[in-house]
Structure formats: structure tokens, C-alpha cells
Write a protein that binds this ligand. Structure first.
Ligand SMILES: C[S@@+](CC[C@H](N)C(=O)[O-])C[C@H]1O[C@@H](n2cnc3c(N)ncnc32)[C@H](O)[C@@H]1O
Length: 222
């Protein structure tokens, strides 16, 4: 696995690409990013939930969750980049839901929330750029209530060795252009969560052959 980019550098990259991020990510993933967001939300979020979307970016996943939680639910969008959160704010305003949402900037490696706070924690493609994805995943798990669910999607390595070799070469090339790679690389965090006691409820691999995504939901036992 490539070493992650330094956090301040990552922040400046996301601030720079914020206004074109949705289009760029959808194009590079052939639209499978949106499929992963729907899978994560549909299998983890429940009406009335208190939801944290971590590394929420422009809010694509959070807004899907807001349709399910309804007026009784609570939604926090948390991200490193003010630029990405500003785009999310503009979208929320145009949808008339901005008053119901908390927007918070910070680093998901050290979440500023107490243990066992949220019913559902979401992370779509936000563990991929972290310098320590396992630590990020365990932070998500820490702030989840017992009985709550974490819905996660991230880039994964192709299981076919030839495709994996090819994917590494493509990644090397794309990483020469940080505004295109946006610091994302294949990661693996499910084993770390299971070691912490998480129970796997749902698991799929989707995406294009060279850039697959792992999509899963885990529950924190009561
Ligand atoms: C690939 S984007 C994913 C955004 C969104 N979740 C989606 O589904 O499109 C990664 C997001 O993670 C955020 N991010 C990267 N490192 C972070 C960190 N250490 N703490 C919080 N957010 C971070 C970036 O600012 C960016 O918005």
C-alpha cells in the first residue's frame, strides 16, 4: 500500500478540487461510486438515527441518509476540507435541509466525539486517502453506539494478481497528478474492525476491474 499524503497537503488538494469533485470522482469510477453510496446507506441507516458521515466531502452520501432518517433523525457532516464542506452547504441549502444538518471541520484520525455517540457512522471513500486507514476505521467504530452500524465503502486491491499488478502501475501513474488521484489508494480495514469485535452484516465488491470498491456494513455488539 502506498504511504498516504500528509494531512495539510491533502486538505489543500480537496479545497482545490471541491467544485469539480463530484464530476471527477463519478467519471473516474464509471459511476460505481454512487452505487456504493446507495448500498452503504440502504443497509445501515434507519429512520430516526443520529448519523455521522465522516469524510463527507460534498455530502453525496449524507443527503441519501437524510432521506431515510426523516425529521426525527440528526445528521453531522464531518470533513478535513472547508472547500468540500462549503459545496455540501450550498447543496443542503438548495435542498432546504441545511438547518437540520451540523457541518464540522476536523481530522477523522482523532474524532472530537465521545465514545458511543452515533447510531450510524458512514464513510464512503474517505478512508482511502488517510495515512493510517485502520486507525481511521477504529475511530469510526469508537464513536458508534453499541447496537449501531458503520457503513463503509473504500477502494480495494483487485483479487486477480495480473489485474492487481496492472492496477499498481496505473496507481503509480495517477499519483503523479495529486489533483486527480486526490490521495486515494486501495486499503483494507475490515480485518481491523473485526478484530475490535465488529460483526459483519453486509459485504460486496463492486466497481471497475482495475479499481474495485469494497462495500460493507458492520455492527457494534450490544
Ligand atoms: C474521496 S473523498 C470522499 C467524499 C465523500 N464521502 C464521497 O462519497 O464522495 C475523501 C474525503 O475525505 C476527506 N478527508 C481526507 N482526509 C481526511 C481526514 N484526515 N479527516 C477528515 N476528512 C478527511 C477529504 O477532504 C474528502 O472530502
Amino acid at each position: 500500500m502506498k504511504e498516504g499524503l500528509e494531512t495539510h497537503y491533502l486538505e489543500s488538494i480537496y479545497n482545490h478540487v471541491a467544485h469539480r469533485y463530484d464530476l471527477q470522482h463519478a467519471w473516474l469510477t464509471a459511476g460505481s461510486d454512487e452505487r456504493g453510496r446507495h448500498m452503504v446507506v440502504n443497509h445501515s441507516v434507519r429512520p430516526g438515527d443520529h448519523v455521522l458521515d465522516c469524510g463527507s466531502g460534498t455530502g453525496s452520501t449524507a443527503f441519501l441518509a437524510s432521506n431515510i432518517i426523516g425529521p426525527e433523525g440528526k445528521l453531522t457532516l464531518f470533513d478535513l476540507s472547508d472547500g468540500m464542506l462549503n459545496v455540501a452547504r450550498e447543496k443542503a441549502k438548495s435542498m432546504g435541509v441545511d438547518k437540520r444538518i451540523i457541518f464540522q471541520t476536523g481530522d477523522m484520525i482523532n474524532l472530537p466525539f465521545a465514545d458511543n455517540t452515533f447510531d450510524t457512522v458512514l464513510s464512503t471513500y474517505s478512508l482511502c486517502p488517510l495515512f493510517d486507514p485502520a486507525r481511521g476505521a477504529l475511530e469510526l467504530y469508537r464513536v458508534l453506539k453499541p447496537g449501531g452500524q458503520a457503513g463503509i465503502a473504500h477502494s480495494a486491491a483487485p483479487s486477480n494478481p495480473i489485474l492487481n499488478w496492472l492496477a499498481d502501475r496505473v496507481e503509480d501513474l495517477v499519483w503523479l497528478f495529486p489533483n486527480i488521484s486526490i490521495g486515494c489508494r486501495a486499503v483494507s480495514v475490515l480485518p481491523n474492525l473485526q478484530q475490535a469485535g465488529a460483526k459483519l452484516k453486509y459485504h460486496r465488491k463492486i466497481g471497475v476491474p482495475l479499481w474495485p470498491f469494497e462495500v460493507f456494513v458492520v455492527e457494534k455488539p450490544e
